[in-house]
Design a protein around this ligand. Structure first.
Ligand code: ADA
Length: 571
Protein backbone atom coordinates (compact mmCIF):
# COMPACT_ATOMS: atom_id res chain seq x y z
CA UNK A 1 0.00 0.00 0.00
CA UNK A 2 1.09 3.58 -0.46
CA UNK A 3 -0.49 6.65 1.04
CA UNK A 4 0.88 9.28 -1.29
CA UNK A 5 -0.67 7.72 -4.38
CA UNK A 6 -4.07 6.44 -5.50
CA UNK A 7 -2.54 3.03 -6.18
CA UNK A 8 -0.56 0.47 -4.20
CA UNK A 9 3.14 0.93 -4.82
CA UNK A 10 4.55 -2.09 -2.96
CA UNK A 11 3.44 -5.54 -1.88
CA UNK A 12 6.75 -6.83 -0.54
CA UNK A 13 8.28 -3.65 0.84
CA UNK A 14 6.54 -2.81 4.13
CA UNK A 15 4.99 0.65 4.13
CA UNK A 16 3.96 2.50 7.25
CA UNK A 17 2.09 5.79 6.87
CA UNK A 18 3.40 8.62 9.02
CA UNK A 19 0.34 10.74 8.35
CA UNK A 20 -1.75 11.73 11.35
CA UNK A 21 -1.00 13.57 14.58
CA UNK A 22 2.45 15.11 15.06
CA UNK A 23 3.57 17.89 17.39
CA UNK A 24 4.64 21.23 15.98
CA UNK A 25 7.13 23.29 18.00
CA UNK A 26 7.34 27.02 17.35
CA UNK A 27 9.79 29.57 18.70
CA UNK A 28 8.56 31.29 21.83
CA UNK A 29 9.46 34.60 20.25
CA UNK A 30 10.57 35.57 16.75
CA UNK A 31 10.56 33.18 13.82
CA UNK A 32 13.67 31.02 14.21
CA UNK A 33 14.19 27.84 16.18
CA UNK A 34 17.11 25.39 16.17
CA UNK A 35 16.16 21.75 15.56
CA UNK A 36 17.58 20.69 18.96
CA UNK A 37 15.71 23.46 20.78
CA UNK A 38 12.25 22.12 20.11
CA UNK A 39 11.60 21.50 23.82
CA UNK A 40 12.01 25.20 24.58
CA UNK A 41 9.40 26.18 22.00
CA UNK A 42 5.64 26.45 22.09
CA UNK A 43 4.05 23.11 21.21
CA UNK A 44 0.81 22.64 19.28
CA UNK A 45 -0.91 19.52 17.98
CA UNK A 46 -0.61 19.28 14.24
CA UNK A 47 -2.08 16.87 11.68
CA UNK A 48 0.09 15.72 8.78
CA UNK A 49 -0.28 16.33 5.92
CA UNK A 50 -1.28 19.90 6.55
CA UNK A 51 -0.26 23.53 6.30
CA UNK A 52 0.39 25.22 9.61
CA UNK A 53 -1.70 28.17 8.42
CA UNK A 54 -4.72 25.98 9.23
CA UNK A 55 -3.84 26.11 12.90
CA UNK A 56 -5.49 28.72 15.09
CA UNK A 57 -3.09 31.62 15.54
CA UNK A 58 -0.69 30.55 12.77
CA UNK A 59 -2.72 31.86 9.82
CA UNK A 60 0.10 34.21 8.78
CA UNK A 61 3.14 32.56 10.31
CA UNK A 62 6.23 32.78 8.13
CA UNK A 63 9.31 31.31 9.76
CA UNK A 64 10.70 28.09 11.17
CA UNK A 65 9.12 25.27 13.13
CA UNK A 66 9.99 21.74 14.22
CA UNK A 67 7.57 18.88 13.54
CA UNK A 68 8.07 15.81 15.71
CA UNK A 69 6.66 12.36 16.25
CA UNK A 70 7.71 8.88 17.34
CA UNK A 71 8.09 6.04 14.89
CA UNK A 72 7.97 2.41 15.92
CA UNK A 73 9.91 -0.08 13.87
CA UNK A 74 9.21 -3.80 14.31
CA UNK A 75 12.41 -5.19 12.77
CA UNK A 76 15.95 -3.96 12.23
CA UNK A 77 17.21 -3.29 8.72
CA UNK A 78 17.50 -0.71 5.97
CA UNK A 79 14.62 1.74 5.50
CA UNK A 80 13.57 4.82 3.57
CA UNK A 81 11.65 7.87 4.64
CA UNK A 82 9.52 9.20 1.80
CA UNK A 83 8.22 12.76 2.02
CA UNK A 84 5.85 13.71 -0.81
CA UNK A 85 6.18 17.40 0.03
CA UNK A 86 7.45 19.68 2.79
CA UNK A 87 6.84 23.38 2.32
CA UNK A 88 9.36 24.56 1.63
CA UNK A 89 12.70 23.61 3.23
CA UNK A 90 13.23 20.55 5.40
CA UNK A 91 16.03 19.15 7.54
CA UNK A 92 15.28 15.65 8.77
CA UNK A 93 16.63 14.10 11.99
CA UNK A 94 16.24 10.58 13.38
CA UNK A 95 17.11 10.26 17.08
CA UNK A 96 18.84 13.63 16.91
CA UNK A 97 21.07 12.72 13.95
CA UNK A 98 20.57 14.68 10.74
CA UNK A 99 19.81 12.16 7.97
CA UNK A 100 18.89 14.39 5.04
CA UNK A 101 17.14 17.47 3.82
CA UNK A 102 15.34 19.01 0.93
CA UNK A 103 14.35 22.28 -0.64
CA UNK A 104 11.12 22.94 -2.56
CA UNK A 105 7.56 22.51 -1.43
CA UNK A 106 6.41 20.84 -4.59
CA UNK A 107 8.69 17.89 -5.19
CA UNK A 108 8.94 14.63 -3.27
CA UNK A 109 12.12 13.31 -1.70
CA UNK A 110 13.31 10.12 -0.06
CA UNK A 111 15.97 9.62 2.58
CA UNK A 112 17.80 6.30 2.82
CA UNK A 113 18.47 4.91 6.28
CA UNK A 114 20.97 2.05 5.77
CA UNK A 115 20.24 0.62 9.23
CA UNK A 116 17.22 1.39 11.40
CA UNK A 117 17.01 -0.74 14.53
CA UNK A 118 13.79 -2.25 15.82
CA UNK A 119 12.21 -0.12 18.51
CA UNK A 120 11.00 3.43 18.97
CA UNK A 121 12.70 6.39 17.31
CA UNK A 122 12.21 10.11 17.28
CA UNK A 123 11.55 11.66 13.86
CA UNK A 124 12.06 15.38 13.73
CA UNK A 125 11.66 17.69 10.74
CA UNK A 126 12.92 21.23 10.90
CA UNK A 127 10.79 23.24 8.46
CA UNK A 128 11.10 26.71 7.04
CA UNK A 129 8.77 28.65 4.79
CA UNK A 130 10.93 31.77 5.04
CA UNK A 131 11.56 34.08 2.14
CA UNK A 132 15.02 35.39 1.42
CA UNK A 133 18.39 33.79 0.94
CA UNK A 134 17.26 30.22 1.45
CA UNK A 135 15.11 30.08 -1.65
CA UNK A 136 15.36 31.43 -5.17
CA UNK A 137 11.96 30.01 -6.08
CA UNK A 138 9.78 30.55 -3.02
CA UNK A 139 9.48 34.33 -3.18
CA UNK A 140 6.55 36.61 -2.34
CA UNK A 141 4.30 35.84 -5.25
CA UNK A 142 0.86 35.75 -6.83
CA UNK A 143 0.18 32.56 -4.86
CA UNK A 144 1.01 31.74 -1.25
CA UNK A 145 4.03 29.87 0.10
CA UNK A 146 2.54 27.85 2.94
CA UNK A 147 4.46 26.12 5.73
CA UNK A 148 4.45 22.53 6.97
CA UNK A 149 4.49 18.91 5.86
CA UNK A 150 2.00 19.44 3.09
CA UNK A 151 1.86 16.03 1.43
CA UNK A 152 1.85 12.44 2.76
CA UNK A 153 4.85 10.86 4.51
CA UNK A 154 5.76 7.21 4.86
CA UNK A 155 8.39 4.92 6.29
CA UNK A 156 9.37 2.07 4.00
CA UNK A 157 11.12 -0.92 5.55
CA UNK A 158 13.39 -2.63 3.04
CA UNK A 159 14.10 -6.35 2.95
CA UNK A 160 17.48 -5.94 1.32
CA UNK A 161 20.08 -3.25 0.94
CA UNK A 162 19.40 -3.23 -2.81
CA UNK A 163 16.05 -1.76 -3.75
CA UNK A 164 14.19 -0.52 -6.82
CA UNK A 165 14.27 3.27 -6.91
CA UNK A 166 12.25 3.72 -10.11
CA UNK A 167 11.15 2.02 -13.29
CA UNK A 168 10.57 4.36 -16.23
CA UNK A 169 8.60 3.20 -19.22
CA UNK A 170 8.67 5.08 -22.54
CA UNK A 171 6.12 3.84 -25.07
CA UNK A 172 6.89 3.92 -28.78
CA UNK A 173 5.37 2.54 -31.93
CA UNK A 174 6.98 0.80 -34.85
CA UNK A 175 5.07 -0.38 -37.90
CA UNK A 176 1.85 -0.16 -35.91
CA UNK A 177 3.18 -2.28 -33.02
CA UNK A 178 3.49 -0.91 -29.50
CA UNK A 179 6.88 -1.22 -27.89
CA UNK A 180 8.40 0.20 -24.74
CA UNK A 181 11.80 1.18 -23.53
CA UNK A 182 12.09 0.38 -19.83
CA UNK A 183 14.80 1.84 -17.66
CA UNK A 184 15.04 0.73 -14.01
CA UNK A 185 17.12 2.44 -11.37
CA UNK A 186 18.39 0.18 -8.57
CA UNK A 187 20.04 1.65 -5.48
CA UNK A 188 22.17 -0.45 -3.18
CA UNK A 189 22.94 0.78 0.34
CA UNK A 190 25.29 -2.13 1.11
CA UNK A 191 27.73 -4.57 -0.51
CA UNK A 192 27.41 -5.97 -4.02
CA UNK A 193 24.34 -8.22 -4.39
CA UNK A 194 23.59 -10.60 -7.22
CA UNK A 195 19.90 -10.36 -8.04
CA UNK A 196 17.43 -10.76 -10.87
CA UNK A 197 15.21 -7.86 -11.85
CA UNK A 198 11.82 -8.87 -13.33
CA UNK A 199 9.60 -6.31 -15.01
CA UNK A 200 5.98 -7.13 -15.94
CA UNK A 201 3.97 -4.89 -18.22
CA UNK A 202 0.81 -5.60 -20.19
CA UNK A 203 1.23 -9.36 -20.13
CA UNK A 204 4.95 -9.32 -21.02
CA UNK A 205 7.84 -10.02 -18.68
CA UNK A 206 11.52 -9.32 -19.03
CA UNK A 207 14.28 -10.21 -16.59
CA UNK A 208 17.97 -9.74 -16.12
CA UNK A 209 20.40 -11.18 -13.58
CA UNK A 210 23.47 -9.19 -12.60
CA UNK A 211 25.56 -7.88 -9.76
CA UNK A 212 24.29 -4.67 -8.23
CA UNK A 213 27.18 -2.78 -6.72
CA UNK A 214 26.85 -0.21 -3.96
CA UNK A 215 25.31 3.01 -5.26
CA UNK A 216 23.10 3.46 -8.29
CA UNK A 217 22.75 1.05 -11.23
CA UNK A 218 20.54 1.30 -14.29
CA UNK A 219 19.03 -1.69 -16.11
CA UNK A 220 17.39 -1.25 -19.50
CA UNK A 221 14.98 -3.41 -21.49
CA UNK A 222 13.14 -3.21 -24.78
CA UNK A 223 9.64 -4.69 -24.69
CA UNK A 224 7.27 -5.55 -27.50
CA UNK A 225 3.49 -6.01 -27.23
CA UNK A 226 0.90 -7.84 -29.28
CA UNK A 227 -2.21 -6.29 -28.05
CA UNK A 228 -2.34 -3.12 -25.99
CA UNK A 229 -4.92 -0.36 -26.06
CA UNK A 230 -3.65 3.21 -26.33
CA UNK A 231 -4.34 5.83 -23.64
CA UNK A 232 -6.34 8.87 -24.72
CA UNK A 233 -8.69 11.34 -23.02
CA UNK A 234 -11.69 9.37 -24.32
CA UNK A 235 -10.29 5.96 -23.42
CA UNK A 236 -7.76 6.39 -20.60
CA UNK A 237 -6.61 2.76 -20.59
CA UNK A 238 -3.97 2.07 -17.92
CA UNK A 239 -1.63 -0.87 -17.37
CA UNK A 240 0.10 -2.02 -14.20
CA UNK A 241 3.89 -1.85 -14.31
CA UNK A 242 5.44 -4.19 -11.76
CA UNK A 243 9.09 -4.80 -10.96
CA UNK A 244 10.52 -7.39 -8.56
CA UNK A 245 14.04 -7.91 -7.33
CA UNK A 246 14.79 -11.58 -6.63
CA UNK A 247 17.78 -12.72 -4.58
CA UNK A 248 18.41 -16.37 -3.61
CA UNK A 249 14.95 -17.31 -4.83
CA UNK A 250 13.24 -14.69 -2.62
CA UNK A 251 11.48 -11.56 -3.82
CA UNK A 252 13.39 -9.03 -1.73
CA UNK A 253 11.89 -5.86 -3.16
CA UNK A 254 9.13 -4.73 -5.46
CA UNK A 255 7.88 -1.58 -7.12
CA UNK A 256 4.42 -1.07 -8.60
CA UNK A 257 3.23 1.74 -10.83
CA UNK A 258 0.69 2.35 -13.52
CA UNK A 259 1.22 3.66 -17.01
CA UNK A 260 -0.33 3.96 -20.44
CA UNK A 261 0.58 3.70 -24.09
CA UNK A 262 0.43 6.91 -26.03
CA UNK A 263 2.73 9.01 -28.19
CA UNK A 264 2.75 12.80 -27.96
CA UNK A 265 4.60 14.75 -30.60
CA UNK A 266 4.44 17.88 -32.66
CA UNK A 267 4.07 18.05 -36.40
CA UNK A 268 4.39 21.50 -37.91
CA UNK A 269 1.93 23.72 -36.09
CA UNK A 270 0.03 20.85 -34.52
CA UNK A 271 0.25 18.86 -31.33
CA UNK A 272 -0.47 15.19 -31.97
CA UNK A 273 -1.62 12.47 -29.59
CA UNK A 274 -1.34 9.03 -31.15
CA UNK A 275 -0.89 10.70 -34.54
CA UNK A 276 -4.12 12.70 -34.34
CA UNK A 277 -4.22 16.47 -33.81
CA UNK A 278 -5.44 17.41 -30.35
CA UNK A 279 -7.07 20.57 -29.15
CA UNK A 280 -6.56 21.40 -25.50
CA UNK A 281 -9.25 23.04 -23.36
CA UNK A 282 -7.95 23.35 -19.89
CA UNK A 283 -7.52 25.21 -16.65
CA UNK A 284 -4.52 26.58 -14.87
CA UNK A 285 -4.82 25.21 -11.36
CA UNK A 286 -2.96 26.15 -8.21
CA UNK A 287 -2.92 23.72 -5.31
CA UNK A 288 -4.85 25.96 -2.97
CA UNK A 289 -8.03 25.74 -0.95
CA UNK A 290 -9.60 27.95 1.72
CA UNK A 291 -9.74 25.01 4.15
CA UNK A 292 -6.48 23.24 3.41
CA UNK A 293 -4.03 25.74 1.91
CA UNK A 294 -1.77 23.85 -0.49
CA UNK A 295 -2.29 20.52 1.34
CA UNK A 296 -5.46 19.31 -0.32
CA UNK A 297 -6.67 15.90 0.88
CA UNK A 298 -7.51 13.32 -1.75
CA UNK A 299 -11.25 13.94 -1.61
CA UNK A 300 -10.70 17.65 -2.35
CA UNK A 301 -8.31 16.90 -5.22
CA UNK A 302 -10.86 14.48 -6.64
CA UNK A 303 -13.56 17.12 -6.40
CA UNK A 304 -11.40 19.55 -8.34
CA UNK A 305 -11.03 16.98 -11.11
CA UNK A 306 -14.79 16.34 -11.02
CA UNK A 307 -15.48 20.06 -11.35
CA UNK A 308 -13.01 20.57 -14.20
CA UNK A 309 -14.54 17.67 -16.08
CA UNK A 310 -18.05 18.92 -15.40
CA UNK A 311 -16.92 22.16 -17.02
CA UNK A 312 -15.89 20.18 -20.10
CA UNK A 313 -12.11 20.59 -19.71
CA UNK A 314 -9.79 17.97 -21.15
CA UNK A 315 -6.56 19.34 -19.68
CA UNK A 316 -4.94 21.02 -16.71
CA UNK A 317 -1.75 23.02 -16.34
CA UNK A 318 -0.06 22.54 -12.96
CA UNK A 319 0.75 26.22 -12.65
CA UNK A 320 3.42 26.85 -11.43
CA UNK A 321 5.04 23.73 -9.94
CA UNK A 322 4.92 19.93 -9.93
CA UNK A 323 1.73 18.61 -8.38
CA UNK A 324 0.78 16.14 -5.68
CA UNK A 325 1.10 12.79 -7.42
CA UNK A 326 -2.45 11.83 -6.44
CA UNK A 327 -3.64 14.58 -8.77
CA UNK A 328 -1.65 12.98 -11.59
CA UNK A 329 -3.07 9.55 -10.73
CA UNK A 330 -6.57 10.94 -11.08
CA UNK A 331 -5.69 12.68 -14.36
CA UNK A 332 -4.39 9.35 -15.71
CA UNK A 333 -7.64 7.64 -14.74
CA UNK A 334 -9.94 10.36 -16.00
CA UNK A 335 -8.13 11.17 -19.24
CA UNK A 336 -7.23 14.75 -18.30
CA UNK A 337 -4.10 15.82 -20.20
CA UNK A 338 -1.48 17.58 -18.08
CA UNK A 339 1.06 20.31 -18.73
CA UNK A 340 3.33 19.86 -15.73
CA UNK A 341 5.96 22.49 -15.07
CA UNK A 342 8.88 23.16 -12.78
CA UNK A 343 8.58 25.67 -10.01
CA UNK A 344 9.22 29.28 -11.03
CA UNK A 345 6.84 32.16 -11.60
CA UNK A 346 7.62 35.61 -12.90
CA UNK A 347 11.31 35.72 -12.01
CA UNK A 348 13.16 38.55 -13.72
CA UNK A 349 16.91 38.86 -14.27
CA UNK A 350 17.76 39.82 -10.71
CA UNK A 351 15.83 36.94 -9.18
CA UNK A 352 17.37 34.52 -11.67
CA UNK A 353 20.76 35.72 -10.45
CA UNK A 354 20.01 34.40 -6.96
CA UNK A 355 22.99 32.14 -6.11
CA UNK A 356 20.70 29.15 -5.64
CA UNK A 357 18.49 29.64 -8.69
CA UNK A 358 20.23 27.22 -11.06
CA UNK A 359 20.68 24.41 -8.54
CA UNK A 360 17.18 24.70 -7.17
CA UNK A 361 15.65 24.67 -10.67
CA UNK A 362 17.85 21.73 -11.63
CA UNK A 363 16.79 19.72 -8.58
CA UNK A 364 13.13 20.52 -9.17
CA UNK A 365 13.29 19.29 -12.78
CA UNK A 366 15.24 16.14 -11.81
CA UNK A 367 12.72 15.25 -9.12
CA UNK A 368 9.64 16.10 -11.17
CA UNK A 369 10.71 13.88 -14.04
CA UNK A 370 12.08 11.02 -11.94
CA UNK A 371 8.91 10.71 -9.83
CA UNK A 372 6.28 11.50 -12.48
CA UNK A 373 7.78 9.84 -15.53
CA UNK A 374 5.15 7.13 -16.06
CA UNK A 375 2.00 9.24 -16.00
CA UNK A 376 0.45 9.02 -19.45
CA UNK A 377 -1.63 12.10 -18.67
CA UNK A 378 1.48 14.30 -18.72
CA UNK A 379 1.74 15.40 -22.33
CA UNK A 380 4.00 18.44 -21.91
CA UNK A 381 6.93 19.37 -19.67
CA UNK A 382 7.01 23.09 -18.97
CA UNK A 383 9.59 25.36 -17.35
CA UNK A 384 10.00 28.92 -16.04
CA UNK A 385 6.59 30.57 -16.31
CA UNK A 386 6.96 34.24 -17.31
CA UNK A 387 10.63 34.41 -16.35
CA UNK A 388 13.23 36.51 -18.17
CA UNK A 389 13.10 35.29 -21.78
CA UNK A 390 13.97 38.56 -23.50
CA UNK A 391 17.72 38.73 -22.75
CA UNK A 392 20.72 36.56 -23.60
CA UNK A 393 21.21 35.90 -19.90
CA UNK A 394 17.65 34.66 -19.58
CA UNK A 395 18.00 32.63 -22.75
CA UNK A 396 20.98 30.81 -21.24
CA UNK A 397 18.74 29.59 -18.41
CA UNK A 398 15.94 28.51 -20.74
CA UNK A 399 18.47 26.69 -22.93
CA UNK A 400 20.08 24.91 -20.01
CA UNK A 401 16.76 23.81 -18.52
CA UNK A 402 15.32 22.57 -21.81
CA UNK A 403 18.50 20.58 -22.36
CA UNK A 404 18.14 19.07 -18.91
CA UNK A 405 14.50 18.12 -19.56
CA UNK A 406 15.40 16.48 -22.88
CA UNK A 407 18.29 14.60 -21.29
CA UNK A 408 15.81 13.05 -18.85
CA UNK A 409 12.88 12.48 -21.18
CA UNK A 410 12.89 12.87 -24.94
CA UNK A 411 9.40 11.47 -25.34
CA UNK A 412 7.39 14.52 -24.36
CA UNK A 413 7.29 17.93 -26.05
CA UNK A 414 8.55 20.89 -24.02
CA UNK A 415 7.02 24.31 -23.52
CA UNK A 416 6.99 27.50 -21.44
CA UNK A 417 4.48 30.30 -20.95
CA UNK A 418 5.76 33.72 -21.94
CA UNK A 419 4.38 37.21 -21.44
CA UNK A 420 7.32 39.04 -23.11
CA UNK A 421 5.23 40.27 -25.95
CA UNK A 422 7.44 41.63 -28.80
CA UNK A 423 10.70 40.97 -26.90
CA UNK A 424 10.90 37.24 -26.25
CA UNK A 425 13.99 35.66 -27.78
CA UNK A 426 13.48 32.05 -26.65
CA UNK A 427 10.66 30.94 -28.95
CA UNK A 428 12.97 28.63 -30.89
CA UNK A 429 13.82 26.60 -27.77
CA UNK A 430 10.64 24.67 -26.85
CA UNK A 431 8.64 22.29 -29.02
CA UNK A 432 5.42 24.15 -28.25
CA UNK A 433 5.10 27.90 -27.59
CA UNK A 434 2.89 29.09 -24.75
CA UNK A 435 1.50 32.61 -24.42
CA UNK A 436 -0.14 34.39 -21.51
CA UNK A 437 -2.24 37.37 -22.56
CA UNK A 438 -5.16 39.11 -20.87
CA UNK A 439 -6.97 41.31 -23.44
CA UNK A 440 -10.07 43.00 -21.96
CA UNK A 441 -8.60 42.59 -18.48
CA UNK A 442 -5.04 43.99 -18.27
CA UNK A 443 -4.99 45.14 -21.89
CA UNK A 444 -7.58 47.53 -23.21
CA UNK A 445 -8.15 45.60 -26.41
CA UNK A 446 -10.83 43.25 -27.57
CA UNK A 447 -9.94 39.57 -27.26
CA UNK A 448 -9.89 39.34 -31.01
CA UNK A 449 -7.46 42.28 -31.41
CA UNK A 450 -5.22 41.03 -28.62
CA UNK A 451 -4.88 37.53 -30.00
CA UNK A 452 -4.58 38.69 -33.61
CA UNK A 453 -1.76 41.13 -32.77
CA UNK A 454 0.05 38.48 -30.74
CA UNK A 455 -0.22 35.88 -33.50
CA UNK A 456 0.82 38.40 -36.18
CA UNK A 457 3.97 39.11 -34.21
CA UNK A 458 4.61 35.43 -33.46
CA UNK A 459 4.43 34.78 -37.20
CA UNK A 460 7.68 36.78 -37.45
CA UNK A 461 9.44 34.64 -34.82
CA UNK A 462 10.52 30.98 -34.74
CA UNK A 463 7.11 30.30 -33.14
CA UNK A 464 5.61 30.57 -36.61
CA UNK A 465 6.65 26.99 -37.29
CA UNK A 466 5.52 25.58 -33.97
CA UNK A 467 2.26 24.73 -32.22
CA UNK A 468 1.01 27.60 -30.05
CA UNK A 469 -0.96 27.23 -26.83
CA UNK A 470 -2.84 30.13 -25.30
CA UNK A 471 -1.55 29.31 -21.83
CA UNK A 472 -3.32 31.99 -19.77
CA UNK A 473 -6.21 34.43 -20.14
CA UNK A 474 -9.05 35.44 -17.85
CA UNK A 475 -10.33 38.17 -15.59
CA UNK A 476 -11.10 38.63 -11.91
CA UNK A 477 -14.35 38.50 -9.96
CA UNK A 478 -14.87 38.97 -6.26
CA UNK A 479 -17.25 36.17 -5.33
CA UNK A 480 -20.69 37.48 -4.59
CA UNK A 481 -20.14 40.92 -6.14
CA UNK A 482 -22.82 41.31 -8.76
CA UNK A 483 -23.29 44.28 -11.04
CA UNK A 484 -25.67 43.13 -13.74
CA UNK A 485 -26.27 46.56 -15.32
CA UNK A 486 -22.97 48.43 -15.16
CA UNK A 487 -20.91 45.20 -15.21
CA UNK A 488 -18.06 46.85 -13.29
CA UNK A 489 -14.60 45.30 -13.08
CA UNK A 490 -14.37 42.64 -10.36
CA UNK A 491 -18.06 41.79 -10.67
CA UNK A 492 -18.99 38.20 -11.47
CA UNK A 493 -21.04 39.57 -14.38
CA UNK A 494 -18.00 41.28 -15.93
CA UNK A 495 -15.82 38.21 -15.47
CA UNK A 496 -18.43 36.09 -17.23
CA UNK A 497 -18.46 38.56 -20.16
CA UNK A 498 -14.68 38.60 -20.34
CA UNK A 499 -14.31 34.83 -20.37
CA UNK A 500 -17.10 34.51 -22.89
CA UNK A 501 -15.34 36.91 -25.26
CA UNK A 502 -11.86 35.47 -24.69
CA UNK A 503 -13.05 31.88 -25.10
CA UNK A 504 -14.88 32.68 -28.33
CA UNK A 505 -11.48 33.62 -29.80
CA UNK A 506 -9.27 31.11 -28.00
CA UNK A 507 -11.37 28.10 -28.94
CA UNK A 508 -11.84 28.98 -32.57
CA UNK A 509 -8.57 30.47 -33.76
CA UNK A 510 -7.10 27.98 -36.22
CA UNK A 511 -3.53 28.89 -35.27
CA UNK A 512 -4.00 27.85 -31.64
CA UNK A 513 -3.86 24.21 -30.59
CA UNK A 514 -5.36 24.82 -27.20
CA UNK A 515 -6.17 27.19 -24.38
CA UNK A 516 -5.86 27.18 -20.60
CA UNK A 517 -8.14 29.52 -18.62
CA UNK A 518 -6.51 31.47 -15.82
CA UNK A 519 -7.66 30.05 -13.49
CA UNK A 520 -9.58 27.20 -11.94
CA UNK A 521 -10.10 28.55 -8.41
CA UNK A 522 -9.37 31.72 -6.45
CA UNK A 523 -6.09 31.45 -4.55
CA UNK A 524 -4.43 33.20 -1.66
CA UNK A 525 -1.54 35.51 -2.63
CA UNK A 526 1.34 36.98 -0.68
CA UNK A 527 0.68 40.28 1.13
CA UNK A 528 3.38 41.91 -0.97
CA UNK A 529 1.35 41.26 -4.13
CA UNK A 530 -1.97 42.28 -2.65
CA UNK A 531 -2.31 45.83 -3.99
CA UNK A 532 -4.18 44.69 -7.10
CA UNK A 533 -5.54 41.62 -5.39
CA UNK A 534 -8.74 42.32 -3.43
CA UNK A 535 -9.15 39.94 -0.45
CA UNK A 536 -5.38 39.18 -0.78
CA UNK A 537 -6.52 36.65 -3.34
CA UNK A 538 -6.01 36.16 -7.04
CA UNK A 539 -9.72 36.28 -7.87
CA UNK A 540 -9.62 35.00 -11.43
CA UNK A 541 -11.06 31.62 -10.46
CA UNK A 542 -14.10 30.25 -12.24
CA UNK A 543 -14.88 28.83 -8.80
CA UNK A 544 -13.91 30.55 -5.57
CA UNK A 545 -11.52 29.22 -2.92
CA UNK A 546 -14.29 26.95 -1.52
CA UNK A 547 -15.16 25.80 -5.08
CA UNK A 548 -18.42 27.72 -5.17
CA UNK A 549 -19.15 28.43 -8.83
CA UNK A 550 -19.13 32.01 -10.07
CA UNK A 551 -21.39 33.27 -12.84
CA UNK A 552 -18.69 32.45 -15.38
CA UNK A 553 -19.02 28.75 -14.60
CA UNK A 554 -21.97 28.17 -16.92
CA UNK A 555 -20.43 30.36 -19.63
CA UNK A 556 -17.20 28.37 -19.62
CA UNK A 557 -19.08 25.10 -19.57
CA UNK A 558 -21.20 26.10 -22.53
CA UNK A 559 -18.13 27.22 -24.51
CA UNK A 560 -16.09 24.11 -23.71
CA UNK A 561 -18.91 21.68 -24.43
CA UNK A 562 -19.77 23.41 -27.69
CA UNK A 563 -16.20 23.32 -28.96
CA UNK A 564 -16.01 20.61 -31.58
CA UNK A 565 -12.22 20.76 -31.90
CA UNK A 566 -11.40 18.62 -28.86
CA UNK A 567 -13.37 15.79 -30.43
CA UNK A 568 -10.45 15.23 -32.78
CA UNK A 569 -8.56 13.40 -30.02
CA UNK A 570 -7.51 9.89 -31.02
CA UNK A 571 -9.03 6.91 -29.27
C1 ADA B 1 0.45 35.78 -15.01
C2 ADA B 1 0.99 34.63 -14.19
C3 ADA B 1 -0.01 34.03 -13.25
C4 ADA B 1 -0.94 35.08 -12.65
C5 ADA B 1 -1.60 35.89 -13.74
C6 ADA B 1 -2.50 37.00 -13.21
O1 ADA B 1 0.16 35.51 -16.29
O2 ADA B 1 1.57 33.62 -14.96
O3 ADA B 1 0.67 33.35 -12.24
O4 ADA B 1 -0.21 35.89 -11.81
O5 ADA B 1 -0.61 36.50 -14.50
O6 ADA B 1 -3.47 36.69 -12.56
O7 ADA B 1 -2.19 38.16 -13.45
Amino acid sequence: MSFGRCISTHRVRAICSLDGPWMLHLPDAGTTIEPGDWATGRAVEYDVPGCWERLWGLENYRGQAVARRAIIVDRSGPARLVFRGVSHTARVFVDGVEVGGHHNAFTPFAIDLPQLDAGEHELLVHISNEHGEVSALHVPNDYYNYGGISRPVELQQLNSSAYIRYVHMTPRQKDGRWMAHVSAGIDNLGDTVEATLHVDLAGQTCRLTRDFDAGHSVVEFEMDFDNVQPWSPQTPVLYGLEARLVHDGQVVDDWLDRTGFRIVRTQGQQLLLNDQPIFIMGFNRHEDHAEYGCALPLHAIRRDVDIMQDLGANAVRTSHYPNDERMLDLCDERGLMVWEENHARGLGTEKMQHPRFRDQCRACIDEMIEWHFNHPSIVLWGILNECESATEEGRAHYTEQFEQVKSLDRSRPTTYASCRYHNDICQDLPDVCGWNLYPTWYEQKTADEGVRELLDWLATTPAKDRPILYSEFGGGAIPGYHDPRRRGKWSEDRQADILDEQLAVALSHERLCGAFIWQFCDVRVDEKCAVNRPRTMNNKGVVDEYRRPKLAYEIVKRRFLACGRAGAVAT
